[in-house]
Design a protein around this ligand. Structure first.
Ligand code: ZN
Length: 505
């Protein structure tokens, strides 16, 4: 399940190595990067930077490009605007890098020098690492099922150049961490894009087994017989209409075997969501293959944690099912007894994610003794109504966990905004025929994202720090406003690695 795209590799210039003929120079537009910095890079390109800046001002929008031919060792120079120095945040660096990456791909350039002296601001090492991350996610392209375009480079080497060689060495160490993470972000995105005729619960489990082998993780897959024995009737019911039955994928990474703390991540992987008998409208149905983004992100986090050798214990649970329509499918009105023993009236078969997550959360608590429990799911359209694409919804029963996740979100620009789980909302899932119902009811849009969180809260013990991340709006970037273009974003992978790092991982 591997997509095509362009991979970027970063290296220092070997002693005496020739400089690539294309040079990238990131520059602030406001105030302009200091002349002495510009003068140093001008030596590589026969004053092309100064001449270009004299002829045209650099646009102050992050990622605006200006290019010219040059007469020095470098024959072409690309200036990339970093915008306003006072407003620079790490994600702006990624945005600028992504614009440069797309230009390189369109120009079919395979080797380039990057001048890093001017990448100041948050600290040069961090800025260069963000740059590398931005290029890596911009290089993602889901083209596994088409012929490669003529001449589009599969690999671009970026040679770091600075007036001080020590800068390059230090920067490369930070680059390694963020490109390792970006690689797993892209892995999660590639999984997310796989169409439902290829990616179903069974093939997703195969992929998890492959990943476990490559990353030395422990993988267990529970199929229908085991799920029945455990009474995971939510997961079974949601998957019962599909050709490929539901499964629960468990991946374990033990990076701190002596420590007691275990973080369990639970991901929703609905490989295709028709809505079931509460059928979705036809417009945009093809996007419903992305209803597995939570599960894909969980696999991505486990992959990155193993690659970075994080000092932590991590279990990933992916609840995988296809919400299909058939004579076997579950129906509105069905009453299910979930693994926890709670009964649920299904008044909406399109509110299926919470049913599979409820069972996975119960399983996590009964079998894995988590000290922190976090679920990720493309759960509700309502979260987008509340927050748009600027943040994922965070619902949490523990202030310290909410604060740490929030800080990780700020640092990675995978931002979270906390929504309340007040008892007032409990009213909305009260059922007359079962313990609770799985949605407020047709047409009832009040507190839509929160209702999802309230439902899940019913299945989590109060003394276990738990967070629910509703990533429905941020898992894909339909407008291509982020560095990764019009694709799945892999939201959650970098966020959770940052969270685990902050917790000592
Ligand atoms: Zn649904």
């Amino acid at each position: 399940m591997h997509p095509n795209g362009t991979a970027f590799t970063f290296a220092a210039a070997e002693k005496g190595a020739t400089i690539p003929t294309t040079l990238i120079v990131p520059l602030f537009a406001k105030p302009q990067s200091p002349l002495e910095l510009v003068a140093r890079v001008d030596r590589l390109c026969g004053d092309a930077v100064t001449n270009l800046l004299a002829a045209q001002s650099l646009g102050d929008k992050v990622g605006q490009l200006a290019h010219t031919t040059a007469s020095g060792a470098c024959r072409r120079v690309l200036l990339v605007s970093l915008g306003d120095a006072a407003k620079l945040e790490p994600h702006h660096v990624r945005q600028a890098a992504a614009a440069a990456a797309r230009w390189l791909v369109s120009e079919k350039i395979t080797s380039v020098a990057l001048w890093i002296d001017t990448l100041t601001g948050a600290g040069i090492d961090q800025a260069v690492a963000e740059w590398a991350h931005g290029m890596a996610v911009a290089g993602f392209k889901f083209a596994a099922y088409r012929k490669p375009e003529d001449g589009v480079p599969r690999k671009i080497t970026v040679q770091l150049r600075a007036s001080d060689g020590g800068h390059v060495q230090r920067a490369l160490a930070s680059v390694k961490e963020l490109t390792t993470i970006a690689d797993s972000v892209n892995y999660a995105r590639g999984l997310a894009h796989q169409p439902a005729n290829v990616c179903n619960p069974a093939t997703l489990a195969d992929e998890a087994r492959r990943l476990a082998k490559a990353a030395r993780l422990k993988c267990t897959v529970l199929g229908p017989p085991q799920l029945r024995a455990l009474k995971m009737n939510g997961l079974l019911a949601v998957g019962q209409g599909a050709l490929h039955p539901a499964c629960l994928i468990q991946l374990e990474y033990r990076g701190a075997p002596k420590a007691r703390a275990t973080t369990v991540l639970v991901g929703k992987a609905i490989t295709f969501d028709t809505g079931g008998y509460s059928i979705k409208p036809s417009a945009g149905l093809e996007w419903l293959k992305f209803d597995k983004c939570g599960g894909a992100a969980v696999l991505g986090v486990l992959r990155a944690a193993a690659a970075l050798k994080l000092h932590c214990n991590l279990v990933g649970l992916v609840a995988a099912a296809e919400n299909a329509i058939s004579e076997r499918a579950y129906r509105p009105g069905d009453i299910l007894t979930l693994m926890s023993g709670k009964t649920v009236e299904v008044n909406n078969t399109d509110a299926e994610g919470r049913l599979i997550l409820a069972d996975a959360l119960t399983y996590a608590q009964q079998k894995l003794k988590p000290t922190t429990l976090i679920d990720l799911a493309t759960l509700t359209g309502g979260v987008g109504v509340a927050l748009g694409k600027a943040a994922a919804g965070l619902m949490c029963n523990d202030d310290a966990l909410a604060a740490d996740l929030g800080e990780a979100g700020r640092r990675t620009h995978e931002r979270l905004w906390r929504l309340p789980l007040w008892d007032d909302y409990r009213e909305l899932i009260k059922s007359t025929e079962a313990d609770i119902k799985n949605s407020a009811g047709a047409g009832k849009r009040d507190a839509h994202a929160i209702v999802g969180g309230m439902f899940l809260k019913e299945f989590v013990a109060d003394d276990i720090p738990w967070a629910h991340l509703d990533i429905a709006a941020v898992a894909t970037d339909e407008n291509g406003t982020g560095p990764g273009g019009k694709n799945a974003t892999g939201f959650g992978v970098r966020l959770l690695i940052e969270f685990l790092r902050r917790r000592g991982g």
